[in-house]
Design a binder for this molecule. Sequence first.
Ligand code: NCD
Length: 313
Amino acid sequence: MKYEFPHKDIIDPDQFTKKDLETILTITDYVVELQKAKKINHLLSDYLMASLFFESSTRTRLSFETAMLRLGGKVISTVGFQFSSISKGETLYDTMKMIEAYADIAVIRHPVEGSSRIAASAIDIPIINAGDGAGHHPTQALLDLYTIYKEKKSIDNLRIAFIGDLKFSRTIHSLVKLLTHYNVEIVFISPVDLAIPEMYRKELKKKNIEFEETEDLKAFWDCDVAYVTRIQEERFVDREEYERLKNSYVVNKAMVLASKKNTMIMHPLPRVNELSTDVDSLPNAVYFKQAKYGVDVRMALLILCLQVELPDL
Ligand code: NCD
């Protein structure tokens, strides 16, 4: 199967055109089929991925590593600053120069916004941003988009609620940007202190996407999708503010059952207390499936960034 994907790196959701997004969704579907037919388990056997997670992660790191291993590739990894030479004072630039000599592609998570762009400018191998502080998390947004496309069959004509820490959730920042390519309506639900940053409002207005902002959790009842996030504790400079806000919203089973549109509930995970476990048994809950789709999308992204030819089915 032939494809056109004009990106070596995945850094920021702004880099994608609608056509790129369609390519990613289609290639992910194709990769799933190839995997079922056992036709890609050696596809990346000549490649090695460096997995550099300088900030905590379970799903993103393991799903990238799973994706690479399922494609027959190899993985080297470092986790946390304390175990890397960055704790001895090494710059990210120097670390990346060395990684370039070891690996064919690198996935990086780092607490500083813009760090993956700096990393990408330092070296020639493909770099994938797996979360840069409160900035962006483009691969999560792509798997979120894929989840909506798989579960709702189309991304257009949906009313989508974002619930929670809209200020600091990088997954929301990235997904909102991707959704501007589609015909959707957005409802932002959060405490006023955690409202969506102004730059996203401006962008939505510019692209003529209808949106509303409210503190009322019930506003998701007339939405097709509700995307819940935890309060991003690690981004707060003021501990008291976190303590004041930490229990400000909880989506539970009774709330979901009251929705008029049988709202699909998404969450990038991890959850803390903002999404009750009693929602898990409802057919509305897709968050564990969403994590599974993450492996499929990341398999596709590794192939696309490395520009590897796909076999026929
Ligand atoms: C998210 C992240 O790291 O931004 N997690 C993830 O990648 N699935 C969401 C979060 O930590 O709340």
